[in-house]
Design a protein around this ligand. Structure first.
Ligand code: GAL
Length: 385
């Protein structure tokens, strides 16, 4: 959990933005809610162009004091600092990359006190041979381990080459399941699918949910909560408050990394309440480390039920309305979720309200593009307990 600079700031990132972000995350209760990583994405490097022609250095105008004091500042406030590079000669935004310099760069990052590396092969490189991508990711993973510093490794390959099938074995802690997210809930048009909206990510992630587990996560991309269609980096026109909440519910129950992408200092109180709902976050951070999976879909796929078990043997449940009109959704423990719970109690995590106990299927009204999220506990059962 943390923040990443890209979705809002793109390459216009600097020391002041990072410090202000750290201060605001502390002040606004985001640190207390668990958002610890402050990740600087592409654009911190001094040179644009090829690594063969330029060294990898910090841009002295954007970061006049260098990275080490910034990492020290982050650490002094209880945060961790992340940075970005890629295995190419240059990065996606055209800055010098780490090609042929993995060991040297890993040492440099460790010497600064870096805690997280997003190592990005670039979404436009879908045609890179898989064996080559696997090798360069392994090179960096090995180099990071050799530094003896604990650095979270994001092997970013934009969902190409079935990265989820091999990245964990190479030591990656997270990998993107697709290209960049757009600031849309369910974009109606056709962008040749370069960008994925919220529902696209859900469908992609649900199909590969089994690859998520403790320490190695399907990454649904940085959160768009609070961008409000104003990002210069992302396409998309923004979501309603409720849709952003649904987006956050999905990322939480699917156990995606939660990296806020908005300008922290501009978040509305509604968006802050969304991002700091501790009971929803608890589903994301649960010790079993599972992603929920689709349990039931209505014939027209407009309403869906997702669920996963949690470490304390309760269940996380999400009732999603993808459609455009309010709908009733019914869930039966035995029929839909195949748990032998005849009597159960629930808590509505967005309303903060306890419900039940019930011994009948549960029915509720779900608004268009709303996700209702519950935690469910067994109270009793008669058969197959
Ligand atoms: C893309 C990546 C984005 C961002 C960008 C930086 O490949 O998907 O999240 O990191 O590169 O140039």
């Amino acid at each position: 959990m943390g923040w990443s600079s890209w979705n809002n700031f793109g390459p216009d990132i600097n020391e002041t933005v990072v410090r202000d972000t750290i201060d605001a995350m502390e002040r606004l209760g985001l640190k207390d809610a668990g958002y610890i990583y402050v990740n600087i994405d592409d654009g911190w490097q001094r040179y644009k162009g090829s690594r063969a022609e330029h060294p990898l250095e910090v841009d002295p105008v954007k970061f006049p004091n260098g990275m080490k004091p910034l990492a020290d500042y982050a650490h002094s406030k209880g945060f961790k600092l992340g940075i970005y590079s890629g295995p190419g000669d240059s990065t996606c935004a055209g800055y010098t990359g780490s090609e042929d310099h993995a060991a040297e760069d890993a040492k440099l990052f460790a010497s600064w006190g870096i805690d997280h590396l997003k190592y990005d092969s670039c979404c436009s490189h879908s045609d890179a041979p898989q064996a080559e991508v696997q090798q360069v990711m392994l090179d960096m993973s090995t180099a990071l381990i050799a530094t003896n510093r604990s650095i979270v490794f994001h092997a970013c390959h934009c969902g190409w080459a079935n990265v989820w099938e091999w990245a964990a074995e190479e030591g990656a802690n997270q990998w993107r399941i697709g290209q960049d997210i757009s600031d849309d809930f369910n974009y109606p048009g056709n962008r040749e699918k370069y960008y994925f909206d919220v529902l696209d990510m859900l469908d992609r992630g649900n199909a590969i949910a089994q690859y998520t587990g403790p320490g190695h996560w399907n990454d649904y991309d940085m959160l768009i909560v609070g961008l409000d269609g104003e990002s210069k980096q992302l396409v998309g026109t923004g979501l309603s408050d409720l849709e952003y909440r649904t987006h956050f519910s999905i990322w939480s129950i699917m156990a995606s990394p939660l990296l806020i992408g908005a300008n922290i200092t501009h978040l509305s109180s509604y968006d802050l309440a969304t991002l700091t709902n501790k009971e929803v976050i608890a589903l994301n951070q649960d010790g079993l480390g599972q992603a929920a999976t689709l349990q039931y879909s209505s014939p027209d796929n407009s309403t869906q039920v997702y669920a996963k078990m949690l470490k304390d043997e309760s269940m996380a449940l999400m009732l999603l309305n993808r459609g455009t009109t309010t709908a009733d959704v019914t869930v039966s423990m035995r029929r839909d979720l195949t748990v032998p719970w005849d009597v159960y109690r629930m808590r509505d995590l967005w309303k903060g309200r306890d419900l039940g106990p019930y011994d009948i299927p549960f029915t509720t009204e779900v608004q268009a593009h709303e996700a209702k999220v519950y935690r469910v506990w067994k109270v009793g059962c008669t058969v197959g307990c």
